[in-house]
Design a protein around this ligand. Structure first.
Ligand code: COA
Length: 254
């Protein structure tokens, strides 16, 4: 069952969402986005869930969207699994904590912009290789990254697509704290449990107040980015870049 690739477990009042496809570096398929979205939707309804942790394992968080899946099921409309996941994530009303190790590529980095607290292991590599794949920024990263790190730094990350390490991510404010890899998940869980023990209405209202100023802008950015992303995905340059990844060679852009 593909949905075993997203494992759900509950620790007290914290729901843990684990991406579990390590042989493919936790690359996310349409079915995995669907499972994540369903889990987030259910977590909203479940009063026993007061906080959510999203994680992978000690070797990888996620290598981003599955490239084979990208080619087979190009994102075409606003109702596609990745779009529904991005909307669910960006509007999620309960505290969301990420525990990140290994690689965090593409959506593996952009989804962190929607988490409340992010903890990363020493040695984690982050990257936003959209342009190198003939694609564009997604997940409202074209809006949120320049706000977080400034226009100049965002250009290095989104245009030059330069990978960066955990220390840089912490310095930029993308990550709260860098820890030894084995300590990341226990620490993230402990932080989530602290949140889960707090007054739930006050906590959720405070999160909602923090989300409110950018609510419309984020929804708009996700939609506009997706429009261009879908068009680029069908372009010869993206098809060449994705095919090159599958064939384990460098792309040739003419
Ligand atoms: N989609 C599909 N398969 C992926 C994948 C992805 N995004 N990322 C990794 N894999 C697969 C590899 O094809 C390989 O499969 P194989 O064993 O059947 O050949 C396996 O996962 C292991 O990956 P590998 O590249 O050998 O690991 P690595 O440690 O050398 O490199 C990465 C790790 C993440 C740097 C590298 O896999 C990579 O660049 N992946 C693509 C990331 C990407 O561009 N994502 C899309 C962002 S929009």
């Amino acid at each position: 069952m593909e949905n075993n690739l997203i494992q759900l477990s509950q620790q007290d009042q914290v729901l843990v969402l684990r991406i579990n496809r390590v042989d493919k570096k936790n690359a996310l398929t349409a079915a995995m986005y669907e499972a994540l979205t369903a889990a987030l939707d259910q977590a909203i309804e479940d009063a026993d869930v007061r906080a959510v942790v999203i994680t992978g394992d000690e070797r990888c968080f996620t290598a981003g969207n599955d490239i084979v899946d990208f080619m087979a099921n190009p994102l075409v409309d606003t109702n596609s699994p990745v779009m529904r996941f991005l909307r669910a994530l960006s509007t999620f009303p309960k505290p969301l904590v990420a525990a990140v190790n290994g690689v965090a590529v593409g959506i593996g980095t952009t989804l962190l912009l929607h988490c409340d607290l992010v903890y990363a292991g020493e040695g984690t590599r982050f990257s936003l290789p959209f342009v190198d794949l003939g694609l564009v920024a997604e997940g409202a990263s074209s809006l949120l990254l320049p706000r977080l790190v400034g226009q100049r730094k965002a250009a290095e990350l989104l245009l030059l697509a330069e990978p960066f390490d955990a220390a840089t991510a912490a310095q930029m404010g993308l990550v709260n704290r860098v820890l030894p890899p084995a300590e990341v998940e226990p620490f993230a869980l402990a932080q989530a449990q602290k949140l889960a023990a707090k007054a739930p209405s006050a906590l959720q209202l405070t999160k909602a107040l923090m989300q409110r100023p950018l609510e419309d802008a984020i929804a708009d950015a996700i939609a506009v980015e997706a429009y261009h992303f879908a068009a680029q995905l069908r372009s010869p340059e993206a098809q060449e870049a994705l095919q090159a990844f599958i064939e384990k060679r460098k792309p040739r852009f003419s």
